[in-house]
Design a protein around this ligand. Structure first.
Ligand code: 5AD
Ligand code: SF4
Length: 450
């Protein structure tokens, strides 16, 4: 490694751009790539075309994501032809999955970084520039320390805080455990330190990230650690809002729900993916709960936190899903009345058990089911949003609305998107504003600042 003492500055006078795809964990990793590039002296380019270093941070959770990313990698071949010396790094989940194959097929890629190398990107890039080291880093050996270095946060008031990495669940449709390895938790002290540092820089909202936050700390051999962590972060002076994702219904215990109910700063928003409404399909998915158990969980949440917003993820067209199974998904959506749902068409991921299952569902059937599901959920979303009309909510202001001049937007504690006219008043991102809601739509509500 060429970098040990005061870091050399191979990026002095040069620029970088990070193109990010995928989930919040990837967004968090992307901030670490940017932080390391700035450590090396690179400055953010206004546009990726002109950057001296481009990092493509990839996702492979569904085929559609992979297709989009491969299209971008193809585009970068032409971009690089006009920029001799440009360095293209492909990082993240797809890099981990396809490794060497990707670089052979797309020789415009200079460096390939799997998910275990976020931490060592700076050294790897410096070695590459100094003509040392290799081009492919896709081994899954986990470095001693998970990432805690410099990061360039996208938001000025809301911070991602990874609390654990990897996943042990092995849901049969999911590629994540294969590309992100086994669960590793960060220590509470380490997490709290990152939160405190961010508070000192003016951050107010903190989203604790993990593929299954409810199993936080199990690798330390202790139980109930996630509820303890929520309570601990809640005590950090200056923290105003705490969010977390993603929860697994099997591991979400009463202790966590009580922590949400009792901690002033933990938001009343439960994102609990149920994936399928039929217990038979849930079993085939290896989810570890039944429809009835899921409904009991929802009931418990509503008992402790009556005003909670509940959101979910749903997959349609899992292998073997019959019309009756799908109707159970529809009926569960109607019964719970989710505030929002992220709905996906099952995507076959080679290497996962479901890819080899009988009864793969034709695409036209999957699409028709998805449409019916979205229609049912849209009715719920609108109904839930209409319940907000006439009430006043604490909104954390995000910034001016992209599409409407003179309008600001922000989010309630329940994570609803709120728009309000500024009417000549000044607002700042991260400011708390009380907004009285006067109109509801499916995806947002509108109101007046008080
Ligand atoms: N096909 C479709 N959706 C998937 N998800 C995960 N794997 C797949 C797949 N193979 C969805 C799940 C998960 C969300 C992040 O992505 O609903 O909760
Ligand atoms: Fe995130 Fe999963 Fe996509 Fe990786 S594969 S970026 S963990 S959603």
């Amino acid at each position: 490694m060429v970098l040990d003492k005061d870091l050399a500055q191979p990026g002095a006078g040069k620029t970088y751009f990070v193109l990010n795809y995928g989930c919040q964990m990837n967004e968090s990793d992307a901030e670490h790539y940017a932080g390391q590039l700035e450590d090396l002296g690179y400055a953010k380019a206004a546009d990726f075309h002109d950057a001296d270093v481009i990092v493509v941070n990839t996702c492979c959770v569904r085929e559609s994501a992979e297709k989009r990313i491969l299209g971008k990698i193809g585009e970068l071949k032409r971009v690089k032809e006009n920029h001799p010396g440009q360095i293209i790094c492909v990082a993240g989940c797809m890099a981990q999955k396809d490794g060497e194959k990707l670089i052979k097929k797309h020789p415009q890629i200079d460096l390939l970084l799997g998910t275990a190398h976020v931490n060592s990107f700076k050294e790897i890039l410096a070695d590459f520039i100094a003509d040392k080291g290799g081009r492919v880093y896709d081994d899954m050996a986990i470095p001693d320390s998970e990432f805690e270095g410099n990061r360039v946060r996208q938001s000025g008031f809301s911070a991602w805080i990874p609390i654990m990495y990897g996943c042990n669940n092995f849901c049969t449709y999911c590629i994540v455990p294969y590309v992100r390895g086994r669960e590793r938790s960060r220590s509470i002290e380490n997490i709290v330190e990152e939160v405190e540092q961010a508070v000192a820089k003016g951050y107010k909202e903190f989203t604790l990230l993990g593929q299954n936050v409810n199993s936080y700390g199990k690798d330390f051999g202790e139980k109930g650690m996630f509820a303890k962590l929520l309570r601990r972060v809640n005590e950090v002076p200056g923290v105003e809002r705490i969010r977390y994702m993603t929860s697994h219904p099997r591991d979400m215990g009463e202790d966590v729900i009580r922590a949400v109910a009792e901690c002033e700063h933990v938001c009343e928003n439960f994102h609990i993916p149920f994936q399928a409404g039929s217990s038979r399909i849930l079993k085939l998915m290896n989810r570890g709960y039944t429809r009835e158990q899921y409904l009991e969980l929802v009931e418990m949440i509503r008992r402790y936190v009556p005003d909670a917003a509940i959101t979910t993820d749903i997959i349609v067209g899992f292998p073997g899903e019959t019309e009756e199974d799908f109707e159970e998904t529809l009926s569960l959506v109607k019964e719970v009345g989710f505030d929002a749902a992220y709905t996906f068409i099952y995507s076959k991921r080679s290497g996962t058990p479901a890819a080899k299952m009988d009864g793969q569902v034709p695409l036209d059937v999957k699409k028709a089911r998805l449409n019916r599901l979205m229609e049912a959920q849209n009715v719920n979303s609108l109904a839930r949003n209409k319940e907000m009309v006439g009430k006043t909510y604490e909104v954390l202001a995000e910034g001016p609305s992209q599409n409407n001049a003179g309008v600001w937007c922000g989010r309630t504690r329940t994570n609803k998107l709120v728009l309000w006219p500024t009417e000549g008043r000044e607002f700042t991102a991260g400011q708390k504003v009380n907004v009285k809601i006067c109109a509801a739509q499916t995806w947002l509500v509108k109101g007046q600042a008080e």
